[in-house]
Design a protein around this ligand. Structure first.
Ligand SMILES: Cc1ncc(COP(=O)(O)O)c(C=O)c1O
Length: 362
């Protein structure tokens, strides 16, 4: 293991371990205070050691999005929710090949996906849990009405090989600043409340109502009937989360260490972290750019090409030297992590942990 960050070549992702543990503690305390089960999404860190750490800290299990994430997380965790419709023989085969001890639940929104899953489960001699996914307003996946949720819940309850466990939704459309989420949270709560009422009335009351995201995390208790939350980003946070006010800037645990390689063009400095280290994800808040410096958040990465990141120096008197290193907080941490093979856990400049990003790829 490298001794300090000075032994690492750049660009390289760093995780401030004390901040990460503080983020985990805050999540656990919030969930305990509000009687919510915490099932963090592993897509953010993609590391089985960090998944195990979340379970040690109090998670009931993990959420995953891909068979690869399920396979990797199954090494250290035995309760997984695949929050993605498992369509196609290849995906189903991989899911059924997970170790027997894994209690698997799957979120889906169609009779086709349900039948395919049930058939695969029967063939494999497994019992797989099902959550009916409801579109809570994002318009991505999820059944569109309470009546459709009831129909799919009934089908799941009747289908051999699977076990109907409840409903899930993802409020990915709520990206307002936390203090401006009142209306969106009320609408969410009403929409989910209507679905829950219909399910109760139809005799398919859900045992699990799984929702949550990082931007809405701290307001999850205001959504009626919720039993479980699945924030992913909140283990590390990122620039978007801070802009939304769902974390403080000093709760950012993840940054990409980069080196200044050019100051030839006036008003900017170029670092060796571009879209292949930070990602080119637009910020979904009121500001522009692709990231900001951890220690100088007013300095923004104004442009990225693959291997170049352009720091905007127009609003600062700071002039970095060639070779100087900076820590950049990307807009969206999950996509940045996925670009790296390894995360380096640091305390100050000391490297104290190394985690392989094992669930990258398919
Ligand atoms: C289905 C689902 N659940 C949970 C999450 C985690 O949300 P966040 O990234 O806001 O932490 C995501 C993120 O994309 C998701 O797609």
């Amino acid at each position: 293991m490298p001794g300090t960050i000075h032994d690492l070549d750049t660009p390289v992702p760093l995780v401030d371990v004390d901040r990460m543990h503080a983020n985990l503690r805050r999540a656990v305390e919030y969930c305990r205070a509000h009687g919510l089960a915490w099932r963090p999404h592993a897509k953010t860190h993609k590391s089985p050691a960090l998944g195990a750490e979340q379970v040690r800290a109090g998670a009931v299990g993990l959420t995953v999005a891909t068979p690869r994430e399920a396979e990797v997380m199954a090494r250290t965790v035995d309760d997984l929710l695949l929050a993605y419709p498992p369509v196609g023989a290849a995906k189903l085969q991989r899911l059924m090949a997970l170790p027997e001890r894994v209690r698997l639940t799957v979120g889906l929104d169609s009779a086709e996906a349900l039948r395919g899953l049930a058939r695969a489960a029967r063939q494999a001699g497994r019992r797989v849990g099902v959550l009916v996914e409801v579109d809570a307003g994002m318009g991505r996946v999820g059944v569109q009405s309470a009546a459709d949720a009831v129909a799919l819940a009934r089908a799941a309850a009747d289908e051999a090989g699977v076990e109907y466990r409840g409903v899930m939704f993802y409020p990915g459309h709520v990206r307002d600043a936390v203090e401006r989420q009142d209306e969106a949270i009320r609408a969410l709560s009403d929409r989910i409340g209507g679905v829950l009422e219909a399910l109760h009335g139809a005799g398919v009351a859900p045992e699990v109502v799984s929702g949550g995201s990082t931007p809405t995390f701290w307001r999850s208790h205001q959504v009626a009937g919720l039993t479980e939350v699945r924030p992913g980003t909140s283990i590390f946070n990122d620039r978007t989360t801070a802009e939304i006010g769902a974390c403080g800037w000093d709760e950012n645990a993840y940054s990409v260490l980069a080196t200044v390689v050019s100051v030839a063009v006036p008003g900017q400095a170029v670092v060796d972290a571009g879209s292949k280290a930070l990602s080119k994800e637009e910020i979904r808040a009121d500001t522009a750019g692709y990231g900001a410096l951890l220690d100088r958040p007013e300095i923004v990465v104004k442009f990225v090409s693959e291997e170049h990141g352009l720091l905007d120096l127009s609003r600062t008197g700071w002039r970095p030297r060639i070779g100087e290193r900076v820590r950049i907080v990307p807009n969206h941490v999950c996509v940045s992590v996925n670009l790296h093979e390894r995360l380096y856990g640091v305390r100050g400049d000391d490297v104290v942990e190394v985690w392989d990003v094992e669930a990258r790829g398919r």
